[in-house]
Write a protein of this length. Structure first.
Length: 74
C-alpha cells in the first residue's frame, strides 16, 4: 500500500483505519512514509522500511508546517 491510497480515500470521504502495527507490517507503506518524513526533515535517512519507535514517534508529531500537513494524511 502507498500513501496515495489514503489520499484517494480522503477524496472520496472514506477512511482507512491503519495503525502503527499495520504500517510496520507493510514494508512498502513504511518505506514510503519514511521517505516523506525524510523529505520533511522529520527523520534522518535512509528509508529502510523498518517502522520502529523512531519512525513511529516522528509520524506522531503534529505537522508544524504547510508541507507536512499536505504530505501526511493524519
Amino acid at each position: 500500500m502507498r500513501l496515495q491510497t489514503f489520499y484517494n480515500a480522503k477524496l472520496n470521504n472514506q477512511t482507512i483505519d491503519y495503525g502503527i502495527e499495520a504500517i510496520a507490517a507493510d514494508k512498502e507503506l513504511a518505506t514510503h512514509i519514511q521517505e516523506v518524513l525524510i523529505w520533511l526533515k522529520f527523520l534522518d535517512p535512509p528509508a529502510d522500511g523498518k517502522f520502529g519507535p523512531i519512525s513511529s514517534s516522528r509520524l506522531r508529531r503534529k505537522p508544524t508546517c504547510h508541507y507536512a500537513a499536505k504530505a501526511l494524511p493524519l
